[in-house]
Ligand binder design. Structure first.
Ligand SMILES: Cc1cc2nc3c(=O)[nH]c(=O)nc-3n(C[C@H](O)[C@H](O)[C@H](O)COP(=O)(O)O)c2cc1C
Length: 359
C-alpha cells in the first residue's frame, strides 16, 4: 500500500529529474501550441510543449529560441512517428472530394498535395533545439535517433495506448511512458494505425496496468482537466499528468473562439472518435462535418496523410471564418472542465487543489 507521502514523493522526484516544480505537463498539440502558452505553463513550474508535426525545421528552431529567450523553464518537443506510405486511390479520393464539396464554398484543388515536412529534418531540428524532453507518438523513434537523444542527455517520453506498446517503448529505451487513455482529445497514439479502433483502453484501467508492468515513471493523459483527475491519476500510479484540452480555453492558446466556446459546452458524449479529418483516429467535438462523415453512406476516409490533405481547404477556411462545423475541433471527453483563465494561474490552482486532495 502506497502512502500519501509516497505518492507525493514520487511526483516530486519526477519533477526533480526534469527540472520542473510541479507535475503538470502541457500536452504537445500540433497546430495549437504557441510559445505564449508554453512559456506561461513553464513559468508557473510545469513543462511546456510543442508538437512539431506540421512545422519546418526552421520553425522548430525558432519556436525553441523564442521559448528560451522568455523562460528558464523546461519544455518538450514532440513528433509523430511516420506510418508506412499508403497507396493512392484516385477513385476513392474523388468520393471524399465530392462529399467535402457540401462543406466548402470553393472548388476542390485539382491536385491533392500530401507533402508533409520531412521527418528526419524535423528530428535534426529537435536535437539542435536542446529541449529537456523529446516525446513520441504513433510508435517509437529509429534506434539511431534514440542513441543521439540519449547521448545529449535528452529525456524520451514515449506515448503508449496499451500495455504492449508501453513494454515495446521501455525495451527501446524510453525514459518515461505517457499513458494515453481513450478520453484524450486529438489523435490516438496507437502504434499501428489500422488497429486504433480495436484498442480503446480508458485511463482508469490503463494507468495501473502500465505502472504495474513497466519500471519507468508514467505520465497520465486523456480526460484530465481538474484537480480531481490529477489526484486520481497520481493515486492510480502516475508520476505526473499531461493536459491538452484543459488548456485550450486559456487565452494564450489562441484557438478560434468557436472551438474554445464549444469546448466549454461539450459533455463527454458530445465528443467523438473520427478518422474524417486526417485519416488517423482522433477525438473531436461532434461537429456537423464529423457527424455527417460517420453516416453509413459517407465515403470511408483515406489513410493519413491523404485524408488530411483532402480536408485541408475546408479546415483552413473553418479556422479563418471561425466556423466550428469546418474546424478540426479536437477535444477530450472532459472538455467542459476546461477553464477560460490564464494558463499560469490555472497550473498553480490545479496543483494546489490536487495537493489538498492528496494530503
Ligand atoms: C488540438 C490537439 C492536438 C494534439 N496534437 C498532438 C500531437 O501533435 N502530438 C501528440 O503526441 N499528441 C497530440 N495531442 C494529444 C495530446 O498530446 C494528449 O494526449 C491529449 O490532449 C490528452 O487528452 P486531453 O485533451 O483530454 O487532455 C493533441 C491533442 C489536441 C487536443
Amino acid at each position: 500500500m502506497t502512502t500519501k507521502q509516497q505518492l507525493i514523493r514520487r511526483a516530486e522526484s519526477f519533477c526533480e529529474r526534469l527540472g520542473i516544480k510541479l507535475p503538470i505537463v502541457l500536452a504537445p498539440m500540433a497546430g495549437a501550441c504557441p510559445t505564449e502558452l508554453s512559456i506561461k505553463v513553464a513559468e508557473s513550474g510545469g513543462l511546456g510543449a510543442c508538437g512539431v508535426l506540421l512545422m519546418s525545421p526552421e520553425q522548430i528552431i525558432e519556436w525553441s529560441r523564442t521559448f528560451k529567450s522568455a523562460s528558464d523553464g523546461q519544455f518538450q518537443l514532440n513528433n509523430w512517428i511516420p506510418d508506412p506510405e499508403s497507396a493512392r486511390d484516385i477513385h476513392k479520393e474523388q468520393l471524399v472530394r465530392d462529399f467535402l464539396s457540401q462543406f466548402s464554398d470553393q472548388d476542390q484543388p485539382d491536385v491533392v498535395d500530401t507533402a508533409t515536412p520531412e521527418f528526419d529534418a524535423q528530428c535534426e531540428a529537435m536535437l539542435e533545439s536542446s529541449p529537456r524532453v523529446i516525446s513520441s507518438i504513433m510508435g517509437v523513434y529509429p534506434d539511431e535517433f534514440i542513441t543521439r537523444m540519449k547521448s545529449r542527455g535528452i529525456i524520451w517520453f514515449a506515448t503508449a495506448t496499451t500495455v504492449r506498446e508501453a513494454i515495446e517503448a521501455e525495451e527501446k529505451g524510453a525514459d518515461v511512458i505517457v499513458a494515453q487513455g481513450i478520453e484524450a482529445g486529438g489523435h490516438r497514439g496507437t502504434f499501428n494505425a489500422d488497429e486504433a479502433e480495436q484498442s480503446m483502453a480508458g485511463l482508469f484501467s490503463l494507468i495501473p496496468a502500465i505502472a504495474d508492468v513497466v519500471r519507468l515513471p508514467v505520465v497520465a493523459t486523456g480526460g484530465i482537466a481538474d484537480a480531481r483527475g490529477i489526484a486520481s491519476a497520481i493515486v492510480l500510479g502516475a508520476s505526473a499528468v499531461q493536459i491538452g484540452t484543459g488548456f485550450l480555453r486559456c487565452p494564450e492558446s489562441g484557438i478560434p473562439t468557436a472551438w474554445a466556446d464549444a469546448i466549454g459546452n461539450s459533455a463527454p458524449d458530445s465528443t467523438m472518435l473520427t478518422r474524417a479529418f486526417t485519416g488517423r483516429l482522433g477525438r473531436s467535438i461532434a461537429t456537423a462535418y464529423a457527424q455527417a462523415a460517420a453516416s453509413s453512406d459517407a465515403p470511408i476516409p483515406r489513410p493519413y496523410p491523404i485524408q488530411r490533405a483532402l480536408t485541408k481547404q475546408m479546415t483552413a477556411a473553418g479556422r479563418r471564418n471561425n466556423d466550428l462545423d469546418r474546424i478540426q475541433a479536437w477535444a477530450g471527453q472532459s472538455a467542459s472542465l476546461a477553464k477560460a483563465v490564464a494558463a499560469d494561474k490555472l497550473v498553480r490552482k490545479l496543483w494546489d487543489e490536487a495537493l489538498s486532495l492528496l494530503s
